[in-house]
Write a protein that binds this ligand. Structure first.
Ligand SMILES: NC(=O)c1ccc[n+]([C@@H]2O[C@H](COP(=O)([O-])OP(=O)(O)OC[C@H]3O[C@@H](n4cnc5c(N)ncnc54)[C@H](O)[C@@H]3O)[C@@H](O)[C@H]2O)c1
Length: 330
């Protein structure tokens, strides 16, 4: 197969391209490098089956050339990261919608299946408000509970939901072959800290002996899936014709509080760092709110394909610490 990966120089995209090449597939990656990095491609950029195109996905003429020779499109390109989204409110909405429009139009024209990357953000505060007992996890058909429109934080959730609606509309009206994956927090080497991702932020701070900044009281719970597990779930779904037309959560249901995560990272890095508690408002402005929990039910995924989790938080942290030490030249 020849697989087109939009956002291929990003965190998930670069690992996915590398994985596809190891499986003997041909890969074209398109990326405008707005949050991605060329260095993510270092280990495989010269591979004979790999082509990198530095371009915006909204540039239909460039995209069309890539589509005309591809058999599957993995659409990962999007504005990403709470900090990036809060700092670029208009871009977040328009870029996400128009990039996806551009990809879906061509996917229909060339009759190529699309994997559309969505996010656990679409569930919003479902677990906090509809299930405050905290016993349940989020399933694909659950209600989406998102906040006030003046709070730009919810724009990302809404625009990713809109992308899902748009893709289903193309499927219904124009016969698009579609697969949607909702990623829960995915972590591993190469993820950038600048845009608000918690694990690389904490690891960098701990390695530098700086305070680990915890927003809120630290009791909010998160779950993290190892990048290689995310990739293996994507690949299994892409190979399963029955998965088309469906939405799948991809996550690891094991939870940890942000406070416990910070303490674990300080312990693993033998760091003298202290914890610093800050309000969400101080970081992201007035009215910002966060979910207390965001935990995946992956029953639908495991029923559809022979997926098994192989990574866990310990393996994620070991790899991120090793990667960040190299990045910081320690
Ligand atoms: N990493 C996670 O935990 C996570 C969780 C939920 C959803 N996702 C989704 O997965 C996808 C990939 O995320 P990631 O974590 O790898 O982030 P990332 O920022 O590392 O990757 C996104 C890539 O897309 C590129 N890009 C953005 N807009 C573009 C455009 N208009 N044209 C061309 N390239 C463009 C960026 O330069 C970047 O390389 C995104 O759609 C994101 O919403 C990720």
């Amino acid at each position: 197969m020849k697989i087109l990966v939009t956002g291929g120089a990003g965190f998930i995209g670069s690992h996915f391209c590398e994985f596809l090449l190891s499986q003997g597939q041909q890969v074209i990656a398109i990326d405008n490098l707005i949050t991605g990095q060329l260095s993510n491609l270092d280990s495989f950029i010269k591979h004979p089956d790999f082509e990198f195109i530095q371009a915006d996905v909204k540039d239909a003429s460039i995209l069309e050339k890539a589509f005309s020779t591809s058999n599957f499109v993995v659409h990962l390109a999007a504005p990403v990261g709470v900090k990036f989204i809060m700092n670029h409110p208009v871009h977040t909405i328009l870029d996400a919608v128009h990039s996806t429009e551009s990809v879906l139009n061509l996917a229909v024209k060339y009759n190529i299946p699309v994997l559309l990357a969505s996010t656990s953000e679409v569930y919003g505060k479902n677990l906090d408000l509809l299930d405050p007992t905290g016993k349940r996890t989020l399933s694909e058909m659950d209600y989406r509970v998102e906040g006030y429109s003046r709070n730009h934080r919810w724009a990302y959730a809404n625009v990713k939901s809109l992308n899902e609606f748009l893709a289903f509309a193309y499927m219904r009206e124009q016969g698009l072959k579609l697969l949607i994956t909702r990623f829960f927090n995915t972590a591993g080497a190469r993820q950038r800290s600048e845009y608000g991702m918690v694990i690389p932020n904490f690891v960098q701070a701990a390695l530098k002996g700086e305070p680990l900044k915890i927003y809120g009281d630290g009791k909010q719970r998160r779950s993290f899936i190892h990048i290689q597990d995310t990739i293996s779930a994507m690949w299994l779904l892409m190979q399963s014709p029955n998965a088309l037309g469906e939405v799948y959560n991809i996550g690891n249901p094991e939870e940890i509080t942000i406070l416990q995560l910070a303490e674990k990272i300080i312990h693993l890095t033998h760091s003298p760092s202290q914890l610093e508690f800050l309000s969400y408002e101080s970081a992201y402005g007035e009215g910002f709110e966060e979910m207390d929990r965001r935990t995946a039910c992956i029953d639908k995924l495991t029923a559809a394909v022979p997926f098994q989790l192989t990574g866990n938080l310990d393996s994620i942290l070991a790899e991120v610490i090793a990667f960040e030490k190299t990045r910081l030249d320690l």
